[in-house]
Design a protein around this ligand. Structure first.
Ligand SMILES: [Cu+2]
Length: 142
């Protein structure tokens, strides 16, 4: 009789734990919702797919250097704002970075929050003719 009660208690506890776990997963998923911009460097050219970018939203720029050559991704859009750069398993934090260098066949993630609308140019300081731009629209978050 007691054993059955204990078993019921345990069973209930497990269900409750499961519910908490699902909730935790859901809220984590919401916090991780970020807008992603893919930038590919290929044959000394920046390739981007422009998507409507919302301001005040966590943003990640994923840069992939497909060339053998070393390139630089530099932009004034990071001026004065905190950034989190992830490359080759190494994470570094900065404020107001000018950009980052990428060796051949490497990729990096730059995380920050978009705050300033407008046209943001980016370029490679090693090869001054390499340029691209991102248009940050003031699209209201739904
Ligand atoms: Cu370059």
């Amino acid at each position: 009789m007691i054993a059955k009660q204990v078993e019921e208690m345990w069973g209930g506890g497990r269900l409750w734990l499961a519910a908490c776990f699902v909730l935790a997963l859901c809220s984590q998923g919401g916090a991780q919702a970020e807008q992603r911009i893919e930038v590919t460097i290929k044959d000394f050219t920046f390739l981007t797919k422009q998507i409507p970018l919302r301001l005040g939203v966590a943003t990640v720029i994923a840069i992939t250097n497909q060339d053998q050559e070393r390139h630089d991704f530099g932009s004034t859009m990071f001026e004065g704002i905190p950034t989190r750069v992830e490359s080759e398993g190494i994470v570094s934090y900065g404020r107001g970075i000018g950009g980052l260098f990428l060796d051949g066949k490497k990729s990096a993630l730059i995380r920050f929050t978009m705050e300033r609308p407008g046209r943001h140019e980016f370029r490679c300081s090693i090869h001054p003719n390499m340029k691209g731009e991102l248009l940050l629209l003031n699209v209201e978050a739904v």
